[in-house]
Ligand binder design. Structure first.
Ligand code: ADP
Ligand code: MG
Length: 728
């Protein structure tokens, strides 16, 4: 009998929902563990408070002296709330979060003990940067990087540690994390959008990007998940036959949440409340044991931090409930994968959502301006948008007939399509008074109504307008949102800068009125960006053909998709906007390409090990039983034995055939890996892993899965899909 699997199954049989302590009112505890404005007001001097708020809202520098005051207040607050340690919390390019805890505790020269945390420790620290990916920016032996406080994201207490959100930068100035370019992109889009807003409202002085992510995930019993080496090490199953029942009946989506899971969610959401993560929605997803969680949207930098923090919290709380969270985009073949929709918009300091239609024609013209510019930005940079969501794990989802395809397109709904069609007909140059009135009354003026009864939603679009925001749906569930957010902010910022230049030129040179100029430029943008708009079924084959005709890219694998990250166009975009230097852009590409190859390499090794060490020996064991049986039958029935042993003999042969395919596949895959490792550079290695190594996964898996169906269930060592996905 296969001990690990059956022990694990036994363990799950008696699981009970874990009791949770949930407050009656969430508002009572919201942000209790966050050094937010409320806590700051209580623990900081007036001057220090003003200084932090100024830094948060206007990006001003905090002097060293004030930093000393702030750190003292922060320390007092955090000790009162149970913290004993502090850490700079940052997001290195590994995709996770990093922290190194130091105690507040210090020994003075005279042996006296005090709790200490100075301004210096708040503002800057030096983690050993050599152990984080840096894409060749610094040689490991001279690795010097530092973390610097980001006052725009408040400090928080996790467990007994005060966590201070920081950026992570090399001493030579290059960013080594996700946050730095994100912050730079937010600054740029703020500037560009504010300038454009001034056409419509002089009072706008700041624009922030907003992000509301939706996190999908699987919850698997911890004992069962731990019984599978592939889940443990690669976060996904590399083999396993589909269970007889999957998601065919559509009986999981929005169904009632199982009580063990519900208690997990309540517990985890309580932690989120304490940390100020405004989680709001929870429900079952399409696949069995798949769920989704969404917060109320926030300023993008904070929302990105909150998503990283959430993933951490989810893992930690899961272990209390004997669950393992799988964030992988495709943990199980044949069932739905997981994504992380990124809902994005722009909001002004005057409280206006720029992607939400307003109550007057002028406000709607502002809406249209941002709406059309966003579409144009995506049109002009579709390959970069595709690149930003590329990863080894997301490759399993994109284009797999269940998730947005690898082709980027924009869905806006039939009503707004009509509006854009109308705008396309606007006269070139000056508009007659009649035309202006018509536009006001019948086109621009009608938009709010249009959107209100705009019920058409397209779930197959990778980038959809959903009434008051755009939703980038192709982001993978493991991704750090900073990447796609940086790209969106950057391309929209660039677009808005160009827009303003063009409108200003028409006003100045052609003597057009402001609204005439805007209509003129929008008309051209609508025409120029038409090919990115697609309202049909994004999963269909017809779209692939159509997209090709339109000249849209269809980069199906990560190594091909990533190339857009280092195209001349991208490097220039980031350089022009001061978001990343060429060195930074190239080093990030290097890191991602290397990571891709490593992931496939690791998966290849795991698959090889499982197939050779678990599957083949099991198959042989079972085959021996069959052989024994045949030999026995022969003993009893002599030359007539075939009458009774025929089927067993077919099974014996089938098993041999599969064993051969598996073993041969592994040998060939290993050779392909060796060759890929010797390729001339990281890019070539990644390409070879993609084209020459990965295809063996399917070959090997196919035979393993067939054996799973042939071999006695009692002997099978790997926990099966039906057990992983349906055990509650
Ligand atoms: P769904 O897309 O599943 O129908 P909703 O439309 O309610 O759900 O919103 C999904 C997500 O979009 C939520 O996380 C929500 O906070 C976010 N969202 C709503 N408005 C905005 C906005 N202006 N900017 C960014 N995100 C937003
Ligand atoms: Mg959504």
């Amino acid at each position: 009998m296969s001990t690990l699997r059956f022990n694990a199954l036994k363990e799950t049989l008696n699981r009970q929902p874990i009791e949770v302590n949930e407050p009656k009112r969430r508002s009572d505890i919201f942000g209790k563990n966050v050094f937010n404005k409320y806590a700051m007001r209580q623990h900081l001097t007036k001057q220090a408070y003003k200084s932090v708020i100024d830094a948060m809202e206007n990006g001003t520098k905090i002097s060293r002296e004030v930093a000393d005051h702030i750190s003292t207040g922060m320390k007092e607050w955090s000790i009162q709330n149970g913290a004993t340690h502090y850490t700079h919390w940052f997001q290195p390019l590994t995709g996770g979060t990093a922290e190194k805890h130091d105690a507040f505790f210090e020994l003075e020269m005279d042996g006296e003990v005090i709790e200490k945390f100075g301004g210096g420790q708040l503002v800057q620290q030096e983690p050993d940067a050599s152990s984080f990916p840096n894409g060749g920016i610094r040689n490991t032996f001279e690795a010097r990087g530092y973390t610097a406080w980001d006052p725009t994201s408040p400090a928080f207490i996790m467990g007994t540690t005060l966590c201070i959100p920081t950026v992570f930068i090399a001493y030579t100035g290059e960013a080594l994390d996700y946050k730095t370019p994100l912050l730079r992109s937010l600054q740029v889009v703020d500037q560009a959008a504010t300038d454009v807003c001034k056409y419509f409202d002089k009072n706008v002085s700041k624009v922030v990007a907003t992000l509301g992510w939706e996190q999908e995930y699987f919850l698997i019993d911890a004992a069962l998940a731990d019984s599978r080496p592939d889940l443990q090490m690669a976060g996904r199953t590399l083999l396993g036959h589909s269970s007889a029942k999957g998601q065919q009946l559509d009986d999981h989506y929005f169904g009632s949440i199982p009580s063990r899971v519900l208690n997990y969610m309540r517990d985890m959401e309580t932690e989120c409340m304490l940390l100020g993560i405004p989680v709001k929605t929870r429900h079952n997803e399409v696949a069995p044991n798949q769920f989704e969680l969404a917060p109320i949207f926030e300023e993008a930098n904070l929302a990105v931090d909150h998503n990283s923090l959430l993933m951490d919290v989810m893992r930690k709380v899961a272990s209390r409930h004997n669950f393992k969270v799988l964030f992988h985009e495709k943990p199980f073949a044949g069932v739905n994968g997981s994504g992380k929709h990124n809902n994005w918009s722009l909001a002004t300091n005057t409280g206006v959502n720029l992607l939400s239609p307003g109550s007057t024609p002028m406000k709607n013209l502002q809406f249209l301006t941002f709406f059309v510019n966003t579409i144009k930005a995506v049109h002009d940079n579709e390959e970069l948008v595709r690149a930003t969501i590329a990863s080894a794990s997301n490759d399993h989802r994109l284009g797999a007939n269940e998730a947005p395809p690898a082709i980027i397109s924009v869905f806006i709904g039939s009503q707004l399509t009509k509006v854009l069609d109308e705008l396309e007909k606007v006269t070139d140059g000056k508009l007659s008074p009649e035309e202006k009135t018509d536009l006001k009354l019948n086109v621009v003026g009608k938009i709010p109504e249009v959107i209100l009864d705009n019920t058409d939603r397209n779930r197959t679009s990778p980038f959809a307008f959903t009434g008051n925001k755009f939703e980038l749906r192709a982001v993978g569930s493991t991704a750090n949102c900073a990447n796609p957010m940086t790209v969106l902010n950057a391309i929209v910022a660039k677009q808005l800068i160009e827009f303003k230049e063009e409108v200003d030129a028409l006003i100045k040179d052609k003597k057009l009125k402001k609204d005439e100029a805007i209509f003129n430029v929008l008309r051209e943008y609508i025409k120029q960006s038409k090919k990115i708009r697609f309202e049909g079924d994004g999963y269909g084959e017809a779209w692939e053909k159509e997209a090709k005709k339109r000249g849209l890219s269809n980069n199906k694998t990560t190594p091909t998709a990533l190339k857009a990250k280092v195209s001349k166009k991208t490097i220039k975009l980031y350089e022009d906007l001061n978001i990343m230097s060429k060195v930074e852009t190239e080093s990030r590409y290097e890191i991602e390409v290397e990571e891709y190859a490593m992931r496939i390499q690791i998966e290849g090794r795991i698959l090889g090990d499982i197939a050779r060490n678990h599957v083949i020996p099991t198959a042989v064991k079972y085959q021996n039983r069959l052989i024994e049986n045949v030999v026995g039958l022969k003993e009893i029935y002599g030359k007539d034995f075939k009458k009774y042993a025929k089927e067993q003999m077919i099974l014996i042969e089938d098993i041999s055939e599969h064993i051969e395919k598996i073993n041969k596949g592994i040998t060939e895959m290993t050779d392909a890996r060796k060759k890929a490792n010797k390729a001339k550079n990281a890019e070539e290695t990644a390409a070879q892993y993609c084209d020459n190594v990965k295809p063996y996964f399917d070959v090997i898996r196919y035979s393993c899965d067939k054996l799973e169906l042939l071999v006695d269930d009692e002997l099978w060592p790997l926990t099966k899909y039906r057990e992983l996905l349906f055990t509650r």
